[in-house]
Design a protein around this ligand. Structure first.
Ligand SMILES: [Zn+2]
Length: 370
């Protein structure tokens, strides 16, 4: 249901636009923001020679909410902890780095809901955004899962009205930037609870009339994302991706560094229909496995799956061989099936599993290898 402007990822920048982005990137690097080689994600931001409204008199106001926080002895809101990573510290570091990057742009104010390891309720965080008359409340998080092998980025936003359209459009921009860092995009998602939006910070912010997004940057407990996270300056690269997403989406300019995002074309999204956009509550309804070939001891399979009641894509698959389940693999985007090859003697018991966007899964029936 999220209408995406295909031009965001479907086109390359023209030579002139590329040069402009490249020099902008160079200027940012010159500002000692130290990102190393980090040009590829800039190319994901599509510039178009259309007229854009000049920046108004009122500054763009961004409130960043570093998720979780509070000293151990008096806060149970520690967030995910997987050594050496502690979510509440990463979110604060990230927020400060984004704020520093945004300071090079004109006509923007950026506030944090907390500047230290203090404990705040969700409604207090939304109240701070309201007190600043924020144009957007951006909640910074890192993920973890019980199975410890989910990986990738996702953005949560309000399921309702115009705040859905705003949050989903910004979320698409953000996810395009994060995928430029090698993070798998799990998409923009919504979840409805008993009293409106399921996530309190989104619900409180929506009630205050402020669009809100909650960015789960990556997983602290999966091999895939930890190998990225442990890379040199990865947190700075995340901050850069967030800051550029904000600068692009809000059409910011930096006259001191010659960066100009006023021509950035936002991904198109429609307002949510009445009643909101619900989460997917059912597992994939189709999941079948067939053996399609053998070469020596190597056997190939095709896993076909569908989640026909859902507009959200399948995200991962796994396979289980004689009771041992593989790590999650990436489901090929837009495809109804995936093939994989394993070592398996005749008689081995194999089944496949398809996983949807809401972490619900369906197993195929068990097949004895021929
Ligand atoms: Zn969190």
């Amino acid at each position: 249901m999220i209408k995406t402007n295909r031009s965001l990822t479907g086109h390359r920048l023209s030579g002139a636009a590329r040069a402009a982005f490249t020099s902008a990137a160079a200027a940012v690097t010159a500002a000692a923001l130290a990102f190393g080689t980090f040009l590829a994600p800039w190319a994901a931001l599509h510039a178009q020679a259309a007229s854009a409204a000049p920046a108004g008199q009122n500054p763009v106001v961004i409130v960043l909410d570093p998720g979780h926080g509070g000293p151990l002895e008096n806060s149970d809101n520690q967030g995910a902890i997987y050594a050496p990573y502690r979510e509440k510290n990463l979110t604060l570091q990230l927020a400060k780095a984004i704020q520093a990057e945004l300071s090079v742009y004109d006509n923007v104010q950026c506030f944090l809901t907390r500047e230290d390891d203090s404990s705040l309720t969700l409604s207090e965080r939304a109240d701070i955004a309201a007190a600043h008359h924020a144009d957007m409340l951006i909640c910074l998080h890192f993920n973890a899962s019980n199975r410890h092998d989910y990986y990738g980025s996702e953005v949560w936003t309000s399921a309702f009205g115009h705040n859905y359209a705003v949050g989903a459009s910004f979320g698409e921009t953000e996810l395009a930037m994060l995928s430029g860092l090698g993070l798998y995009s799990k998409g923009v998602k919504t979840r409805i609870g008993q009293h409106g939006d399921y996530y309190g910070i989104i619900r409180h912010s929506d009630a205050a009339g402020i669009p809100c997004v909650l960015i789960e940057h990556c997983y602290l407990d999966s091999e895939e994302d930890r190998s990225l996270l442990s890379g040199k300056d990865f947190l700075s690269q995340l901050a850069h991706a967030d800051a550029v997403s904000i600068a692009a989406w809000f059409h910011l300019k930096s006259s001191s560094y010659g960066i100009d995002f006023t021509q950035y074309v936002r991904p198109e999204t429609a307002d949510a229909p009445a009643g909101g956009i619900p989460q997917d509550t059912t597992a994939p309804d189709v999941c079948t496995l067939e053996q399609i070939g053998r070469s020596g001891s190597r056997v190939s399979f095709r896993l076909t799956a569908a989640d026909t009641d859902s507009s959200y894509p399948l995200l991962y698959y796994s396979y289980t061989v004689d009771g041992k389940t593989s790590r999650l693999q990436t489901w090929p985007k837009g495809s109804s099936s995936v093939t994989f090859t394993i070592q398996a003697p005749k008689g081995t018991q194999v089944y496949g599993t398809a996983h949807n966007s809401y972490e619900l899964s369906t197993d195929s029936s068990v097949l004895a290898v021929k």
